[in-house]
Design a protein around this ligand. Structure first.
Ligand SMILES: [Zn+2]
Ligand SMILES: [Zn+2]
Length: 247
């Protein structure tokens, strides 16, 4: 079910170094978190795309018809559908681009839960947990199986998912899904330029992206946690201060 199994310690998505035993680097793991955070809002936009306001009846001359065809965006309809198309979300199956979002996420939760140690979160052991796996081969979001809950479930399991060889495939498929959704909703997550230069390449191309923790360099791909960025800017400011005092 996995192709091209990456060596542990190398990111299977971008081939950068990953922490020992991880198959995604922190940057690509952050992609996954960001995409999962983006999906619930995108679902709202997709639902709106189902019936574009004021869209005409696509030139069918529908005036006077009792049941004129709805101006539905079929691509959005497919993505929001409840359907199951065979072994959806199977890490080896990237042929079906019509898999709806809900079954896609549920199938990936199943893949992750299958490998999750049975000593993990369990409602009896940890009643406060918002998510649990019961038994270890079945994923169940505690508050129901909506797309939002699947996103929350998967987000909670990202730290575990990155240790699975399938993580690179999750990254690839989720990225492809988001590109497909964004083409329909005409949206991109907002990026915010940061003030400090990149500590790796010194260009002023550092940005934060909505939904993602890490700050990344658009020029060289270097990334920092917010804490590392704060340290970096503090160090820059103090060196500027020193320069000023000695000038
Ligand atoms: Zn990576
Ligand atoms: Zn850089």
């Amino acid at each position: 079910m996995t192709r091209d199994k990456p060596a542990a310690g190398i990111c299977g998505a971008c081939r950068r170094l990953a922490p020992d035993g991880h198959h995604l680097c922190p940057l690509c793991a952050d992609d996954v978190r960001g995409w999962l955070a983006e999906i619930p809002g995108q679902v709202v936009l997709l639902a709106e795309a189902l019936a574009p306001a004021g869209a005409p009846g696509q030139g069918r001359g529908g005036s006077g018809r009792a049941h004129s065809p709805l101006p539905v965006d079929v691509r959005a309809l497919v993505l929001l559908g409840p359907g199951h198309a065979g072994p959806v979300g199977d890490p080896g199956d990237d042929t079906d681009t019509t898999v709806p979002i809900g079954p896609f996420l549920a199938a990936w939760a199943g893949v992750i839960a299958y490998g999750y140690p049975s000593v993990g979160w369990h409602p009896d052991r940890d009643p406060a947990a918002t998510l649990y796996v019961l038994p270890c081969d079945r994923a169940v979001p505690r508050h129901g199986q909506t797309i939002t809950h699947w996103c929350a479930w998967l987000t909670a399991y990202v730290p575990y998912a990155v240790t699975l060889p399938a993580a690179a495939e999750l990254h690839r498929q989720l990225g492809a899904l988001l590109r497909r959704i964004r083409r329909i909703t005409h949206t991109e997550p907002r990026t915010h330029p940061r003030e400090a230069p990149c500590p790796a390449c010194q260009t002023y191309r550092l940005v934060s992206v909505d939904g993602q923790d890490r700050i990344t360099c658009k020029a060289c791909g270097h990334s920092l946690t917010p804490a590392e960025y704060d340290q970096h800017t503090a160090a820059l400011l103090s060196s500027l201060d020193k320069d000023r005092q000695t000038a």
